[in-house]
Design a protein around this ligand. Structure first.
Ligand SMILES: [Zn+2]
Length: 393
């Protein structure tokens, strides 16, 4: 199930932050790239300031110290945590009243000749889970991001379009009115199963990225281990050289003791020999210690380095939204000069097509990379458009 987990976009982040801040009475003076926020006396946030500025996105403006609002930012994660602590189970309704019946552009061959009508059939339920993925390597990299996975309760499978629909229309579809529609009755087993499937979808999606990080981290660790080994070998070499020197100096000192012409000279030579012998003992111990370390592959140091480069990952659900969506049929009519043709597809407002739309000729899926065209009495994708007319491939 590729792409089952949807990233939370900058637009969704801003939309969420705005509705959440406004839900407890904060006022927002919005400028192009920043918000000036004023909090009411009574608010759930941890900040002591009643007014502050939030910079939107990663584009740093003149005031770089402003809190940033991005999918990865600390501020955003704090807002999510505070909101979810207050209300971990939200509900949302995607219907014609709350979300537009918009055709994706790849399903419109020509805006002038395309018409469509939506026929609602029945309401369906889904659960949309929001997961926080935290990745941490102590030495190099640290990030947190959110992924949304929606599970259609009818099929038990992930439906990325529902997650996208919810994220795209947060401001209009989330039920904030307590007298509004209640979330559907869900049994624990159903929720647990959906959560399990969603968790697997997130894990599958972030796995390649994590494997890449792990690869980089273990390369960095291997490099550090090699450097450490080199340093130890160099140290051993230095000790060898010094011991050699001490040997020479010791025989020189012995010589001087024998040849001393006065008691003073003899005492001085004896004391130098003692100093050299002491140093020799210390260095020989050190040499043996390093040699043993090198022979055994310095297990303590190695595990210390590996531990420091280990990639720590946690994937945890932070919120769940019960989504009610309106499943229906969409009749698509294209009246080009060559004649009028129609197609009926399963559809939901705010979500889009609920099933694969295929090319009439070759059955390949019609997607944003394989957009639709009307050719004669058929809807075909780029896949089956040939010749001089195929300009928009
Ligand atoms: Zn085709």
């Amino acid at each position: 199930m590729p792409d089952a987990a949807r990233s939370v976009t900058q637009a969704a982040v801003e939309s969420f932050a705005r509705s959440y801040l406004e839900s407890f009475g904060a006022s927002i003076d919005a400028r192009t790239d920043r918000w000036h926020v004023k909090l009411p006396t009574d608010h759930p946030l941890s900040t002591d300031d009643r007014t502050f500025t939030i910079g939107l996105g990663n584009q740093l403006g003149e005031n770089e110290s402003d809190a940033r609002l991005t999918p990865e930012s600390k501020l955003f994660h704090e807002l999510v945590d505070t909101a979810m602590a207050a209300q971990p189970l939200g509900s949302a309704t995607l219907t014609r009243e709350t979300a537009p019946v918009d055709l994706p552009t790849w399903l419109v061959s020509d805006p002038d000749t395309t018409e469509y009508t939506f026929y609602p059939l029945y309401d369906r339920e889904a659960l949309c889970f929001l997961f926080r993925v935290s990745v941490e390597t102590v030495s190099e990299y640290q990030t947190e991001f959110l992924r949304a996975v929606a599970i259609d309760l009818q099929t038990g499978d992930p439906n990325p379009e529902i997650a996208t629909g919810l994220l795209d229309h947060l401001e209009t579809v989330v039920d904030t009115d307590e007298t509004g529609p209640r979330p559907p009755e869900l049994n624990d087993e159903q929720v647990e199963q959906a959560l399990d499937t969603a968790q697997q979808a997130v894990e599958a999606e972030v796995r390649p990225e994590l494997e890449e990080l792990q690869q980089k981290a273990s390369e960095a660790a291997a490099e550090e281990i090699a450097q450490y080994q080199q340093l130890q070998q160099q140290e051993l070499q230095n000790i060898h050289e010094r011991l050699q020197q001490i040997d020479d100096e010791l025989s020189k000192a012995s010589h001087e003791i024998e040849a001393a012409s006065s008691q003073g000279e003899r005492v001085e030579a004896l004391s130098r020999r003692q100093e050299l012998t002491d140093e020799q003992v210390v260095l020989e111990d050190e040499r043996d210690r390093i040699q043993t370390e090198l022979n055994t592959g310095f297990p303590d140091k190695r595990s210390d380095i590996l531990d420091r480069h280990a990639v720590r990952v946690s994937i945890s659900p932070v919120a769940v939204t019960a989504v009610t969506y309106e499943r229906g049929e969409l009749e698509l009519i294209d009246s080009a000069a060559s004649g009028s043709i129609s197609k009926t597809i399963a559809f939901a407002p705010g979500i889009g097509p609920l099933e694969r739309v295929s090319c009439d000729r070759c059955e390949q899926p019609i997607t944003d990379t394989n957009p639709v065209h009307q050719i004669g009495n058929q809807f075909v994708g780029d896949c089956c458009v040939g010749g001089p007319d195929s300009t928009d491939s």
